[in-house]
Design a protein around this ligand. Structure first.
Ligand SMILES: [Mg+2]
Length: 433
């Protein structure tokens, strides 16, 4: 195996990733939970995060709670407390900023940091600085993180994933090939299902196979995004860090309880689509994308059934998400059962920084869907959030309205320039003239 690069660290990029972040925060706040199998996600009936103790018992995120409780009766099941998780996220970010101003908050529990040129300041090697960052986070926040150090964002992310929890993996230029040889292609950031299938056909199995291809071949088959990935894997930074402060949400969820429980499939699905529509509007307002969708149906007796799906690539397009929501609905819905609430939760949320297509998707169709979404947003911004909505949600207009569903007077009697969300600060009286 020949090295790809001979130098050490022409650039030093860190990826810091919280280990089982939500449950680690819970265990930091509640010492009695340490060493015990803990999961979060009680409110959705499906596990959002599992502690390492729970993982050791075979319990992972995405598993239904009833199933997890059956397998492990001593399981501690907590409701998600996203405000606290965000606070810890901000504190983790602040610790990184003590070491370098160039820090990108990528998701609630992941950050990138560029520490190039800081060795003299700290009288330490890059790996030493990375270790100090990891240890400072542990000492001050009482949670562990895994740190990857390498030459590009893509390599740093692969490195942080390599050894978990509380890991530190430093990959210098001359060692890149050793890391890549151990990474299956489908684990590489940006390689989706279809791309992986095509590359397999050409005999590529590991990330190293990809990085050792001829650039011209990659360009011909995979275009610009493929070439960019190729360069990143070879230690040539293409993706810059974005250190502009931004709002990173842990999750965005939209749910609704119906005033009268319903057993009509199309009505329940229509509610769900309305939740999806609202959640994605918020996602786009903050210029974010999501890579995981959770659907929760609540029955009349308040039992939840949840299901989740990981998307090939992060998206902000409602139209792209709709078939996934339909599929989840189909697996969760039981004919005859009465439902009183639906909820859509978006997680794995990240900044909408660069346009990432899976290398082999139908880009024309995706661009069309995006354009359509932009137009919908513009119309809804002017005329109200649900003026233009998705087809299935139209069932709600046909379904007979329960009187408690009627909107409040304040929402229907709007002054000029008001929307139901944004009100003019003018006191009003409900009087007939
Ligand atoms: Mg993590």
């Amino acid at each position: 195996m020949n090295p790809i690069l001979l130098s050490g660290f022409p650039r030093a990029i860190l990826h810091v990733d919280g280990d089982a972040f939500f449950t680690s925060v819970e265990q930091a706040i509640h010492p009695r939970l340490r060493g015990r199998p803990v999961v979060t996600g009680r409110e959705r009936g499906i596990i959002a995060c599992a502690s390492y103790e729970a993982r050791a018992l075979g319990i992972r995120r995405g598993v239904a709670l009833w199933e997890a409780r059956r397998r492990c009766p001593e399981l501690v099941v907590l409701p998600s407390d996203y405000e606290t998780y965000s606070l810890y996220s901000t504190r983790m970010h602040a610790i990184l900023q003590r070491f370098t101003p160039s820090v990108e908050a990528y998701s609630i529990d992941e950050s990138f940091a560029d520490i190039t040129g800081t060795r003299r300041v700290f009288h330490d090697s890059y790996a030493g600085i990375a270790r100090r960052i990891r240890d400072t986070i542990r000492a001050e926040l009482d949670i562990t993180v895994s740190v990857g150090l390498s030459l590009t964002k893509t390599l740093a992310k692969l490195a942080s994933d390599f050894r978990k929890p509380n890991g530190l993996t430093a990959v210098a230029g001359r060692h890149i090939h050793l890391l890549l040889a151990r990474i299956p292609l489908q684990d590489v950031w940006g390689i989706g299902h279809n791309t992986n299938a095509l590359l397999q056909k050409h005999g590529m199995v590991t990330a190293l196979d990809y990085a050792q291809c001829q650039e011209i071949w990659i360009g011909r088959y995979l275009g610009k995004p493929g070439r960019e990935l190729w360069r990143e894997l070879r230690g040539d930074p293409v993706h810059a860090l974005d250190s502009n402060p931004k709002t990173v949400y842990a999750t965005i969820s939209k749910g609704q309880t119906f005033s009268a429980p319903s057993s009509d499939a199309e009505t329940v699905y229509a509610r769900l689509v309305k939740n999806l529509h609202s959640a994605f509007i918020k996602l786009r307002r903050y210029r974010l994308r999501t890579a995981r969708l959770t659907v929760v149906l609540t029955r009349r007796d308040y039992t939840h059934r949840g299901g989740e799906a990981r998307l090939n690539r992060a998206t902000a397009s409602t139209l792209e998400a709709m078939p996934v929501v339909r599929a989840l609905f189909n697996t969760l819905y039981r004919p005859g059962a009465e439902y009183r609430a639906t909820m859509v939760v978006l997680s794995k949320i990240r900044a909408d920084s660069e346009d990432q297509y899976d290398l082999f998707e139908d880009r024309i169709r995706i661009d069309k869907q995006r354009e359509l979404t932009r137009v919908m947003d513009r119309i809804n911004a002017s005329y109200g959030k649900h003026t233009l909505t998705l087809g299935p949600a139209l069932f709600l207009q046909r379904a007979s309205r329960h009187e408690r569903d009627a909107p409040a007077w304040r929402k229907t009697a709007l002054l000029a320039g008001e929307t139901a969300r944004q009100r003019l600060a003018i006191p009003r009286l409900d009087i007939k003239v």
